[in-house]
Write a protein that binds this ligand. Structure first.
Ligand SMILES: Cc1cc2nc3c(=O)[nH]c(=O)nc-3n(C[C@H](O)[C@H](O)[C@H](O)COP(=O)(O)OP(=O)(O)OC[C@H]3O[C@@H](n4cnc5c(N)ncnc54)[C@H](O)[C@@H]3O)c2cc1C
Ligand code: SF4
Length: 309
């Protein structure tokens, strides 16, 4: 195979792109990831300054339309009932996420059977369980074993302190007779994997300069890069090209200088989240796929849902 062909090309270096890169990195394949944003420098996070709250409406705002960085793309929310929040850079949206880390419940895979809505998944909790465990270990998840709402599981780190708000909510639940349990968090309650523990001061959603929050730029990516994955930042993919059989053969992208490039690849993995992935698929029109790639159903880019947990 010639040097300029990647065995696997991953588009997007966020949560899923990072995990895919790491999980394939011991195969000996040539793995390349193209990410439109850059590495973040934790010393740049707003929490390093006294005016951190107002800074959260600037370069680290959760709404890309407010942030407006050149590494972002504008999102038209006009016909949407919800505003899209994300982050574009190595680590993707985990840079700004809250790191609330509940697993799906076994019943979530069977909503059609149990509740008569939507569809059952073709896989179940037991199939995914080893991957949940592996992900918890690499990310560094804190939690309390024994939640009766789940099959037995043991988070790698003890639970975070509940704090005043958590204890107040718990007292209310007790009064109502409702079940509650300290949630799993991808925030380390003790030093872990060379990282310092969370300081429990709260402003996690403008970036954690302490390194207590497990964003994938500090968990999966250093491991994947060390094992030989090539991560190219400031590279924005425009479209996926297909061969005469309609199979993906590579991507057209713009490099950090804005110059158009083509990267050949045997396999292309999309990891650009619920907006970025359909955006590229719809842009990838060809005689084989006049309505965009993987869009014979016409449903790509439709029915976007957000989950609040
Ligand atoms: C403010 C906020 C709070 C959240 N809180 C939680 C929480 O508490 N718990 C939880 O489980 N989840 C939370 N989430 C959601 C969670 O972060 C996302 O579900 C998860 O990161 C999605 O992973 P992903 O790999 O699909 O996409 P992302 O992590 O968003 O990564 C996609 C990457 O693809 C890149 N990309 C996009 N288009 C292109 C292109 N054309 N070329 C190259 N690169 C491209 C982007 O730059 C980005 O880095 C939160 C998210 C936000 C923004
Ligand atoms: S140290 Fe803890 S509370 Fe502070 S930002 Fe990081 S994860 Fe959040």
């Amino acid at each position: 195979m010639s040097e300029d062909v990647a065995d696997v090309l991953i588009i997007g270096a966020g949560a899923s792109g990072a995990a895919a890169a790491w999980s394939l990195s011991d195969t000996g394949m040539r793995i390349v990831c193209l990410e439109q944003g850059g590495w973040v420098d934790p010393t740049d996070y707003p929490t390093n300054a006294a005016n951190w709250e107002s800074q959260s409406f600037g370069p680290y705002a959760i709404d890309p339309n407010v942030r407006g960085l050149e590494t972002d793309y504008p999102i038209n929310n006009d016909d949407s009932e919800c505003v899209v929040v994300n982050f574009n850079g190595v680590g993707g949206s985990t840079i700004l996420y809250g790191a609330h880390f509940p697993r799906l419940h076994p019943s979530d895979f069977k909503v059609k059977t149990l509740d008569g809505v939507a569809d059952d998944w073709p896989i179940d909790y037991a199939t995914l369980e080893p991957y949940f465990v592996e992900n918890d270990r690499i990310m560094g998840v804190s939690g309390l074993a024994g939640d009766p709402m789940y099959p037995p599981k043991q988070p790698p780190l003890p639970p975070l302190a509940m704090g005043l708000v958590g204890e107040t909510v718990a007292r209310g639940y007790n009064k109502l007779g409702w079940h509650w349990w300290p949630s799993d968090s991808a925030i380390i309650s003790e030093p872990y994997d060379g990282r310092d523990r969370c300081l429990n001061l709260g402003p996690c959603m403008s970036g954690c300069s302490q390194g207590g929050k497990s964003s994938t730029d500090i968990t999966y990516w250093p491991r994947a890069v060390q094992r030989g994955v090539e991560l190219r930042t400031r590279c924005r993919v425009r479209e996926i090209a297909v061969d005469d059989e309609g199979m993906a053969k590579g991507v057209h992208y713009y490099d950090e200088n804005g110059d158009e490039q083509f990267q050949r690849a045997e396999i292309v993995i999309m990891a650009c989240n619920g907006i970025g992935t359909p955006r590229i698929l719809l842009n990838s029109k060809s005689s084989h796929f006049p309505d965009g790639l993987a869009n014979r159903s016409g449903l790509v880019g439709k029915n976007l849902m957000f989950a609040a947990s």
